[in-house]
Design a protein around this ligand. Structure first.
Ligand SMILES: [Zn+2]
Length: 476
């Protein structure tokens, strides 16, 4: 049902070629005491981060001030070394005074905050963010409202093998999970998986642990015959539309059904949003605090959001796993087109998020299974082209659910037509020159460059987006 857990979330290739790092996420069911401890550890992580940031900021400001008085460069207050190691060393010297209560939490909590700070500072010092092409800002202090998380990279953590329903965390102890940890436990026992670190965080109103697991050996390539090429189009009423129906994934026409409760939950959400708008929300301009009734509606909204997200996520994982196993190559549309134009009923941001997530999952799962993934250029008129004869319509309204070709009089569902056009791009790409290809895929969430080439395609090697020190650090 609504289980998102135990899905590999942030995969990344590690240095050696035949091992990959997967995240195994389990929702936790901590006791009240354990909840307090989890919260305390996350608070400690934040405290150490802010402590380090304040120190670095003070030194930088001091140096600036000295410079403005004309102090020579060698006589300035010495630089702080902001490597994780150096920060930790300083913290250990300062902690008895700065945080006399430090021994209440595992030292890993502070180390995790300082490691995050080191990453943030070195990113800032590195200047421009290559992926997004914008200038990195100086790190900000973390507030109590920022995401609570804490990473353990040494100490006693792991699964409790006996009943497969508990995980072990340093200091916090043995915590019950909502789901069985069997899948991971088996792999560990077989010697193909090794847990590298554990990150606890509070998301969507519940605690979870994410194990970063190194798997040796990629999953074996799927056996049997695979479908040569499938075009995937994102629908409004359906989760996706495939150019060819695949048993077990779609119905007989190629439609992948949306999770059944999405429609209902969306309606409920809309009702709750209206209700919240009638209640007394927070207003910064007049520093009004929200009413208790507003908070209540808000909490209910968060719960519905969580259900929706989980249902969608689960469904997406099923789709992408099966799709990459069943097909040789997959063609999808650019995020931009899909997100901006298609959608009237669901909220745009949700649709965009779904599309981005679909693409992200397809990218890394295609890499595991040797499936090739291609992204159609955003100016390719997949909806307006006839998949039978190739004639392009000048106008096609969103309300036209059936595509009728003026040339060959073909009639078929609008989305199926679009999916087939996407699939046919594979053949066309063989004929287009390399110069007209726009590589877009290795940045699954990025905003690809504009291109005037109508049918240009991006090809993907199917490797995961970034090799990520980020996946570890950003999860925190
Ligand atoms: Zn036609």
């Amino acid at each position: 049902m609504l289980s998102l857990d135990a899905n590999p979330e942030t995969p990344s290739h590690s240095a050696s070629t035949d091992s990959v790092v997967h995240a195994y996420v389990f929702a936790l069911d901590p006791t009240p005491t354990q909840q307090d401890m989890l919260q305390s550890h996350c608070g400690a992580q934040r405290f150490a981060y802010n402590w380090g940031l304040a120190m670095v900021r003070a030194v930088l400001a001091q140096r600036d001030a000295e410079r403005s008085y004309g102090v020579a460069e060698p006589d300035l207050t010495p630089h702080v070394n902001w490597s994780a190691y150096a920060l930790r060393k300083r913290w250990n010297e300062a902690k008895p005074a700065a945080a006399p209560w430090w021994s209440e939490n595992s030292k890993e909590a502070y180390a995790s905050g300082l490691a995050n700070l080191a990453t943030a500072l070195s990113r800032w010092a590195g200047g421009r963010d290559s992926g997004m092409n914008r200038v990195r800002r100086f790190p900000k202090f973390k507030s109590k409202r920022s995401r609570q998380s804490c990473r353990f990279s040494t100490g006693a953590f792991g699964l409790v093998a006996a009943d497969r329903r508990h995980v072990k965390l340093p200091r916090i102890g043995v915590v019950r999970t909502w789901e069985s940890t069997r899948a991971l436990e088996r792999r560990i026992r077989a010697g193909v998986a090794r847990i590298r670190s554990a990150t606890v965080s509070f998301r969507n109103e519940r605690w979870q642990v994410s194990f970063s697991v190194e798997l040796s050996g990629l999953p074996p390539a799927p056996r049997g015959r695979r479908i040569p090429v499938v075009g995937v189009d994102l629908g409004i009423k359906h989760l996706a539309i495939l150019s060819v129906p695949i048993p077990g994934i779609t119905d007989e026409n190629g439609f992948v059904a949306a999770p059944p409760d999405v429609e209902r939950a969306t309606k409920k959400l809309r009702r709750l949003q209206r209700r919240a708008s009638r209640r007394c929300g927070p207003d910064r301009r007049i520093s009004r605090t929200p009413s208790r009734r507003w908070e209540k509606t808000r909490a209910e909204m968060a719960r519905v959001h969580k259900q929706l997200t989980n249902a969608r996520k689960d469904k997406l994982h099923q789709l992408t796993t099966r799709l990459t196993a069943a097909c040789e190559s997959i063609v999808i549309e650019d995020l931009h087109v899909a997100g901006m134009i298609r959608n009237r009923r669901l909220s745009r941001s949700i649709q965009r998020a779904v599309w981005g997530e679909l693409r992200r999952q397809l990218t890394y799962k295609a890499g595991w299974r040797g499936t090739s993934l291609m992204v159609a250029d955003r100016f390719y008129p997949s909806s307006k082209t006839c998949s039978g004869c190739g004639a392009v319509k000048t106008k096609l309204r969103l309300s036209d659910r059936v595509f009728r070709c003026g040339d060959c009089h073909a009639e078929l569902d609008r989305d199926i037509n679009a999916a087939r056009n996407l699939a046919s791009l594979v053949h066309r790409q063989d004929r287009t020159s390399a110069a007209s290809c726009v590589g877009t895929l290795n940045k699954p969430d990025g905003n690809p460059r504009k291109s005037g080439v109508m049918s240009a395609m991006g090809t993907a090697t199917g490797r995961p987006p970034r090799s990520t020190p980020r996946s570890n650090a950003a999860a925190v």
